[in-house]
Design a protein around this ligand. Structure first.
Ligand SMILES: O=C(O)CCC(=O)C(=O)O
Length: 208
């Protein structure tokens, strides 16, 4: 079964990863940002700690039934924020994106919100803490440009990189669902969306 609706053709496909360029126009990005501000005020950003005890350079929080957390007990989904409260609901403006490029059959359980300042990055990894890889992962970029690296289904080998810009949406499904991916760098000052600069990435996943 493929969770993808497959209705809208992507602008670019790199190793099976679909890229919808400027999927969100400026007004939609601004509206999304307003919704995310409410999420972050209810569930503040925190600095995750890796399984090796190091601070990650991104700050993060989540919306949805489950949120992604990390620490010495490993990487996992939890029903509550590290401070104990339930995660806020995923805003409709976010779910609308999922319904068009992800799946109309089921909603995501988790919307992970990553905030990158100009020095933050994310190492190459697979998204594999979910139960069923037939559902796609959908990711949304807001703010400064990010150099996004796409690898293979297994660690190592050649990789390809593309710049993701504010309003771009990426879908990793089917053969690309378990592709290694990461963010090598943020190009500061490339977007005016976030008043203090930086980049927000939303990652939508079906977890259970
Ligand atoms: O920031 C991005 O574009 C990718 C984020 C990501 O890979 C993740 O949260 O697992």
């Amino acid at each position: 079964m493929s969770g993808q609706s497959g209705k809208l053709p992507p602008d670019l496909v790199v190793r099976g990863v679909q890229i919808f360029e400027k999927f969100l126009d400026d007004a939609q990005q601004q509206a999304l940002l307003e919704d995310l501000r409410k999420v972050v005020s209810a569930a503040p950003l925190f600095t995750p700690i890796t399984a090796h005890g190091k601070e990650m350079s991104v700050r993060m929080t989540s919306a949805g039934k489950l949120g992604w957390v990390s620490g010495e007990n490993g990487y996992r989904y939890e029903a509550t924020h590290p401070r104990g409260m339930a995660w806020p609901s995923i805003p409709d403006s976010v779910l609308d994106i999922w319904r068009v490029v992800g799946s109309a059959l089921r909603e995501p359980d988790c919307c992970l919100i990553n905030f990158y300042d100009a020095t933050a990055r994310m190492g190459l990894h697979q998204d594999r803490d979910e139960a069923n890889f037939s559902w796609p992962v959908v990711s949304v970029s807001l703010g400064d440009d990010a150099l996004f690296r796409i690898g293979n289904q297994t660690r190592g080998g050649k990789t390809e990189s593309i710049w993701l810009r504010s309003g771009d949406v990426v879908v990793m499904g089917d053969e690309a669902r378990l592709a290694y991916h990461g963010v090598d760098r943020i190009k500061a000052g490339t977007s005016l969306l976030l008043p203090k600069g930086g980049r927000i990435n939303l990652t939508l996943r079906v977890v259970t």
